[in-house]
Design a protein around this ligand. Structure first.
Ligand code: KIV
Length: 272
C-alpha cells in the first residue's frame, strides 16, 4: 500500500525539499549492488544511499575508513544501473575530501562522472565548509551528515549517542544552519537525542533524515542489510528488523546442501 501524498515519477533533490514542506516523510535505505538496488527502487523508496557502510557490510572491515573512491564508484555505478525512480546519493569516502577543497571537488566529480550518481554525501560541519562550497559551486548536490560521523570514529572512540551535552548540541545546530546556508539539499543526523534532532529539523527548511535520531525529523534511513535481519551482531536500539533473513537464508542454504548430498537436486525436471 502506498502512503506517498504526491506521486513522483523521479525523485530529485527538489522533491525532497517539497516533501518536507508538505509534511511527507522521506524514506531512505542503503544499497551497494544492482540486485538490491532494483528491489529497493522497485518498492518505491525515495532515496538510495550508496553508503560507505559498504566497507563494513560488503567488505567486512571493522570501520568505514578503508573503502576507496574507486570501490565507491564501483558500488555506485552498479546501483545506478538498477534505479528508475529513486534519488541516488553516494558517500565520499574517508580521505577523498578532507585534505583540501580541490581534492574534494575532484573526488565528487569522479563520483558523478564515473558512477552516474545524482548527488554526494559528506560527513562534518564547519571543518569542511570550503570543500562543500567548492563541490556545490560545480553544480553537484550535497547531502550533509552530522552527529555520529563514523569516518571520525577514532576521534570519538565509541559509537555511542552524540551531542548529549549542551556545547556539542549547539555546535551541531550551528553546523546544520551553515549546511543549509551553503546550499546543501538535505542532512543526515545519526545517533543524536530525539529532542535535539527535532529542534534541528524545525530550525532549517532542508530535510533532516535521521538514523537513531527519533521521529521528529523529516525522514528515516537504515542500512538495508540490518533492517532485513541479515546481520545478527549489530543490535542498536534504533534498528527495527523487518525480516530475519539471516535465519531464512541459513535454512535455505541448509536445505540446498541436504538436497545435493542426498542427490535430490537436480530432479528429472531440472535437467536437460
Ligand atoms: O554509510 C551509511 O550507510 C550511512 C548511513 C548510516 C546514514 O552513512
Amino acid at each position: 500500500m502506498s502512503v506517498a501524498k504526491k506521486q513522483y515519477k523521479r525523485i530529485t533533490t527538489k522533491s525532497l525539499v517539497e516533501m518536507k514542506a508538505n509534511g511527507e516523510k522521506i524514506s531512505m535505505l542503503t544499497a551497494y549492488d544492482y540486485t538490491m538496488a532494483k528491489i529497493v527502487d522497485g518498492a518505491g523508496i525515495d532515496v538510495i544511499l550508496v553508503g560507505d557502510s559498504a566497507s563494513n557490510v560488503m567488505a567486512g572491515h571493522e570501520t568505514t575508513l578503508p573503502i576507496t573512491l574507486n570501490e565507491m564508484i564501483y558500488h555506485a555505478s552498479s546501483v545506478v544501473r538498477a534505479v528508475e525512480r529513486s534519488l541516488v546519493v553516494v558517500d565520499l569516502p574517508f580521505g577523498s575530501y578532507q585534505s583540501d577543497p580541490k581534492e574534494a571537488l575532484r573526488s565528487a566529480i569522479r563520483i558523478m562522472k564515473e558512477s552516474g550518481g545524482h548527488s554526494i554525501k559528506v560527513e562534518g560541519g564547519k571543518e569542511i565548509k570550503e570543500s562543500i562550497k567548492r563541490i556545490l559551486n560545480a553544480g553537484i548536490p550535497v547531502m550533509g551528515h552530522l552527529g555520529l560521523t563514523p569516518q571520525s570514529i577514532y576521534k570519538f572512540g565509541t559509537y555511542t549517542v552524540r551531542a548529549k551535552e549542551e556545547e556539542e548540541a549547539e555546535k551541531l545546530l550551528e553546523d546544520a544552519l551553515m549546511l543549509e546556508r551553503l546550499g546543501c539539499f538535505a542532512l543526515v543526523l545519526e545517533k543524536v537525542p530525539a529532542a535535539l534532532a527535532e529542534r534541528v529539523a524545525k530550525s532549517i527548511t532542508i530535510p533532516v533524515i535521521g538514523i537513531g535520531a527519533g521521529g521528529g525529523v523529516d525522514g528515516q534511513v537504515l542500512v538495508t542489510h540490518d533492517m532485513l535481519g541479515m546481520t545478527h551482531e549489530f543490535n542498536p536500539r534504533f534498528l527495527r528488523r523487518y525480516l530475519d533473513l539471516y535465519s531464512e537464508m541459513t535454512t535455505a542454504f541448509k536445505s540446498y546442501i541436504t538436497d545435493v548430498k542426498n542427490k535430490d537436486f537436480p530432479s528429472e525436471k531440472e535437467q536437460y
